[in-house]
Write a new protein. Structure first.
Length: 344
């Protein structure tokens, strides 16, 4: 892609998200979401590959449907109340807008498009789809929190954690596994929105940090499938060690950073007398932990036989970039700072 066009797409993508984040008017928020979709489509389709074209088409259809539902809900609300503010919504428009936002986020049971779109994208594009593209719809959920049905958010959150854990067990493509990981983490996120927005913000920060580190490692190793992860040690022994630890953090094992949001979410649910739901989501995190453990096993404990020692790429040229090291350290050692992060 032409550098000028690429810079235009990236700046438009950033501006559209910031526009939605800073808006309180439905029309401005809708314009931001539409610009966001139109900016993302060329980025997904820039490979000129049938899979990339298919992914861009699916992404356009889903995002256009979500935007149309949001416009329908906001128009219905403006017709009844005479104003376009996001925070003042009637029950029926709120339900329609909530379902549209959940569709845009890829939350179960409206998640079927999400793994397919990530599979047709590059690792860099998949990173943007799993991190930056979550911010604008989540900001609308933040503003609608007082009017949104708590039961809808809790049910979709529990469904997402269950479906993501079970569906990810049978996958061998790393991008699809990261897609189901994203769906599962978004499920945990939905459980916090009705109760504590500070915890929701902390959870999305931890999720973006962990996911960004994992995608960087997959890009460094160039591992589109699980069998390619056995080559990690040939690129960098340090990278292999960090990948193992960060995978455990993604799974939510203590005392790593990924355990922090899950512990706080379970505490919040139990404080609100939702003991059955807390037990259910804790159990549904076990299948997710299993496929993280499987990736760890393939990364650290399996390696194909090598005849020549010259195939160890780290002896010739390391591909590990030290500038990403602080981000990886944060994904491991932030657990002791939980009170400070939660209360600021």
């Amino acid at each position: 892609m032409n550098p000028l066009a690429w810079a235009m797409m990236i700046s438009s993508l950033s501006t559209s998200t910031i526009l939605t984040l800073s808006s309180y008017h439905w029309l401005v928020a809708w314009i931001g979401l539409e610009l966001n979709t139109l900016s993302m489509l060329p980025i997904i389709a820039k490979l000129h590959h049938p899979r990339a074209t298919e992914a861009a088409t699916k992404y356009f259809i889903v995002q256009a449907t979500g935007a149309a539902l949001i416009m329908f809900a906001s128009t219905m609300n403006a017709w009844a109340t005479g104003q376009w503010e996001i925070i003042n919504m009637l029950p029926i428009p709120t339900a329609i807008a909530t379902l549209a936002i959940l569709l845009k986020l890829g939350i179960a049971p409206m998640h079927f498009w999400y793994p397919e779109v990530l599979q047709g994208s590059t690792l860099n594009t998949a990173l943007v789809l799993t991190t930056w593209q979550k911010l604008a719809p989540l900001s609308l959920l933040y503003l609608m929190m007082l009017n949104t049905s708590t039961e809808v958010l809790l049910i979709t959150g529990a469904l997402s954690t269950m479906i993501a854990g079970v569906a990810g067990l049978n996958e061998t493509q790393t991008r699809k596994i990261m897609a189901f990981s994203s769906i599962g983490h978004m499920g945990w996120l939905m459980l916090t929105i009705p109760f504590n927005l500070n915890l929701t913000t902390l959870t999305i920060m931890m999720y973006i940090m962990l996911t960004s580190s994992m995608f960087y490692m997959l890009k460094t190793v160039n591992a589109p499938t699980l069998k390619d992860l056995s080559q990690t040690n040939l690129h960098s022994p340090m990278l292999m060690t960090m990948m193992m630890i960060i995978l455990m953090s993604l799974g939510g094992l203590p005392p790593l950073t990924g355990f922090m949001p899950k512990l706080l979410i379970l505490k919040t649910l139990t404080d609100n007398n939702l003991l059955a739901l807390a037990g259910l989501v804790a159990l549904t995190s076990l299948p997710s932990l299993f496929f993280y453990l499987r990736i760890t096993y393939l990364t650290t404990l399996t390696a194909p036989p090598k005849i020549s020692t010259s195939q160890y790429k780290w002896r010739l040229k390391t591909h590990f970039k030290p500038k990403y090291l602080p981000l990886m350290i944060y994904t491991i050692f932030l657990m002791p700072m939980t009170p400070l992060l939660l209360n600021t």
